[in-house]
Design a protein. Structure first.
Length: 191
């Protein structure tokens, strides 16, 4: 455990299939009063010949989510900030993105001398989650934090660990992580 970086390779290569990624179940998410889906951009790539992502976004509403906030919106904000950040001459280069929890754990465990190169910014999924929660509370002031489920649709077991272990600090805006695979099969039924 002290050398694990949550990369998920053990899941793929365990000869006994003893390792499993632990995601939230879609049914558990649906018990909340207000459910917001945060689809990772990789969700769209699961559908062959998808000409318009609106089909997927509508599908998420059709399977029971009340709103959808795309992680790609937050990724665009991160990209814009990164371009500004890199123009600052006092920034130590090369700059390492903080978006991947596996890279962050690898650096902290094996290459601590690179810590000063990590861009100090929350990953897009965390920014999208905050945007989603703020939007839900603004549009539905009668809802409490406990009424709202911000559900990240994750392609990656490392991001599940990131959420579950509160690596974002005291305040984590994501309530649950559901696997792309589980959502994919639910979407097939309604698309």
């Amino acid at each position: 455990p002290d050398r694990c970086i949550d990369c998920g390779v053990c899941i793929r290569y365990c000869p006994n299939n003893a390792k499993k990624a632990t995601y939230s179940k879609l049914d558990a998410v649906m018990k909340y009063k207000w459910k917001v889906a945060l689809p990772a951009p990789t969700l769209y790539g699961q559908f062959e010949e998808l000409e318009d992502i609106d089909y997927v976004l509508q599908g998420l509403l059709d399977i029971g989510f009340d709103d959808v906030v795309e992680v790609s919106q937050a990724a665009e904000l991160v990209s814009a900030y990164t371009r500004l950040y890199l123009k600052n001459e006092s920034v130590i280069k090369p700059v390492i993105s903080s978006a991947c929890p596996v890279v962050l754990r690898l650096i902290s465990l094996r290459y601590p001398m690179l810590k000063e190169h990590i861009m100090q910014m929350l990953p897009p999924m965390e920014i999208a989650a905050r945007m989603a929660r703020d939007k839900a509370k603004r549009e539905h002031p009668e809802l409490t934090d406990d009424d709202i489920c911000i559900c990240f649709i994750s392609p990656c077991p490392a991001k599940v660990s990131y959420v579950r272990n509160s690596f974002a600090g005291e305040r984590n805006y994501i309530s649950a992580t559901v696997s792309v695979r589980d959502v994919y099969f639910a979407l097939l039924d309604v698309m």
